[in-house]
Write a protein of this length. Structure first.
Length: 361
């Protein structure tokens, strides 16, 4: 029977081979491997010795048919590219291994039909689903297709009837603008994420509200949450006759792209243009100057999502909406006060600040 070990292309050992070598029944082997029933210590030892000798690997599909568990969690993301998603998966993966689970990760490519296909493909193959899709209707779509599979939706909007995790994007954006105003900036431009994205729209709404509260005009350039779109926006802003003295970018990738554009154009950060991002991806602390941003603790959020889904897979009822509150992390990209309108001049009426109004964006 040793010839069935699976080496050099030989046929892999089966559970019957293990039973024959250990001189026990197939049912006894199953009980030892699954822990689903009583066995004597002598039987357990013989089975494990046979498993080791034959290099037997239990078939996960067959095991799941008998136990109704796969010890696998499905994760569906809008994209697999970028530090944000890699950090999120890293947090989930660490938690999954600690819980004895594996991950199946798929991308919806930010498309509703692709998301539907991914969810359908995972039904019956996973014990639970985590779906991140920051678009209107994503939560209803996911729940409608998941069937009886427990599901947790991330960034799909707050919902009191469904397990979810949402970021306080609005509050984080307000904090970003208030910080820039406090260090004396007045011509504050927002580089937003794409239209239809819930994160992007909430961050833009927070920017607009905070600017109105400060009595300042708004200027928004739409980006795509990518470094390239931030770079393009930065070049456009650097080419204006009246340039902004601060930029709040909708995420760190766009902020880094804008920073590179400003530096290429000869503008100094933060002396000429202060810069704030959102997310606190690892790159934010490594660029120079270091990027001021709103910290979400991405990997930790991924860990919490995974642990909640595992508990739901164990029949725990969970309909809570967890709100992640971003924390302002001030670094060198925004910490220099401008001489014409610093924090001490916030209440003065004689400070003349050039306006971006009329500039072609």
């Amino acid at each position: 029977m040793a010839a069935r070990r699976g080496r050099s292309g030989l046929k892999p050992a089966t559970i019957r081979d293990v039973a024959l070598r250990a001189d026990v029944s197939v049912a006894s082997v199953s009980r030892v491997l699954t822990g689903a029933g009583p066995v004597t210590e002598a039987t357990r030892r013989r089975v494990l010795e046979a498993v080791d000798a034959l290099q037997y690997v239990p078939h996960s599909g067959a095991r799941s048919l008998s136990t109704s568990k796969t010890n696998t969690i499905g994760v569906i993301l809008p994209d697999l590219y970028g530090e944000y998603f890699s950090e999120l998966i890293r947090g989930m993966d660490v938690a999954a291994r600690a819980q004895g689970y594996h991950l199946i990760v798929s991308s919806s490519h930010d498309d509703a039909d692709e998301a539907s296909a991914a969810i359908r493909s995972m039904r019956g193959r996973v014990d639970g689903l985590i779906v991140l899709s920051p678009h209107l209707g994503a939560a209803n779509l996911a729940s409608g297709l998941a069937g009886r599979t427990p599901i947790l939706v991330m960034n799909g909007g707050a919902d009191e009837e469904r397990a979810s995790i949402v970021v306080d994007n609005h509050g984080g954006a307000v904090a970003a603008v208030e910080h820039l105003v406090a260090v004396g900036r007045r011509r504050i431009v927002h580089i937003s994420g794409p239209t239809g994205n819930l994160d992007a729209e909430a961050r833009m709404a927070g920017y607009v509200e905070a600017m109105a509260a400060a009595g300042l005009p708004t200027t928004v350039i739409e980006g795509a949450f990518t470094k390239a779109s931030g770079h393009d926006a930065g070049l456009r802003l650097a080419g204006l006759a009246v340039q902004p003295d601060a930029v709040f970018a909708g995420n760190d990738n766009m902020a880094v792209g804008a920073m590179l554009a400003f530096q290429e154009a000869g503008l100094r950060v933060p002396e000429d243009v202060a810069l704030v991002g959102f997310d606190d991806i690892p790159l934010a602390s490594l660029v120079r100057p270091g990027l001021t941003t709103l910290k979400i603790n991405i990997a930790e959020t991924g860990r919490k999502a995974l642990e909640r889904v595992v508990r739901m897979a164990g029949s725990e009822v969970d309909t809570a909406c967890e709100v992640v509150r971003p924390e302002l992390v001030v670094r060198a990209s925004s910490n220099l006060e401008r001489p014409y309108g610093g924090a001490a001049d916030l209440n003065r009426t004689d400070v003349q600040t050039p306006s971006l109004e009329g500039e072609k964006l």
